[in-house]
Design a protein around this ligand. Sequence first.
Ligand code: HSE
Length: 304
Amino acid sequence: MKVSVQVPATIANLGCGFDCFGLALPVYNVITIEETIMPGSGIEINILDNDSDNIPTDKNNIVYKAIELLYNYVGQVPAELKINIKTGIPVARGMGSSASVVVGGLIAANELLGHPADLDVLLSIASEIEGHPDNVTPAFVGGMTISSFDETGVVTYRNLPWPKEWKVTVCVPDFELSTQISRSVLPECVPIKDAAYNLRRVGLFVDAVYNKDCELMKLAMSDKLHQPYRMKLVPGLNSIMENLKHEENVLGCVLAGAGPSIAIVSNGSDTDNIKNIVSDTWNNINVTSKIHTYSVENQGAKKI
Ligand code: HSE
């Protein structure tokens, strides 16, 4: 038996919603798992089309780890499997590539095992591996999500009705930044005034999305919990944020997840001004990039 699952890219945080907001975009990885016939052939992992040399193809691969946890959940260990990972999502760029392969691996393995786990169990395993549910939830269910998990790993989430007029321009620089490094610059404790700053904005963000309120969104997308600390890891980020501030169609400019990509939410798909400002700013400091404007993907992971 062979199962393929297509999983969307995701952008976490969206400014103020550190480790809790996420949204899906129409860029995909495809994870295929096949039970191999030859007993004793073991686990084979192939990475197709990948732009990074740093992805392990042994049992340290994150997809294998996810599958192993699911097999353990049903009292088994994975034995003979061929895992193909076709990567359309750039690696280590803040677009949820690792969450997507974890989600795809879990859905495919769950199918091979005869559906022992429901979405709650899969979400919980995926969040345990990722360390937070903000990317994995929209990868599973699509759209914009707000997610939380408790001490036992149970994930609670809600989809928010992201306005279809609000587009997301993702600016992907030509360098990688691992989530591990990007989290290592965050402090253990933050000033309470910064926590309160974000709390207010998270509340307003939810209202802005429900009411398609562009002016409120312009206030709501800023952050003091993670971006100020990560600024030094992404050359030009501060200038790009400053240069976009007064563009009428820009609702917010944020670090995509842990970076290094930058995500800009705009009202409408006429985003030439945004693309020009970002590429001019990065060109001046010799950063090359790929920039695309997307609608949010409302469909989560699916078998193909
Ligand atoms: N919320 C996470 C972070 C996303 O900002 O570190 C990356 O996994």
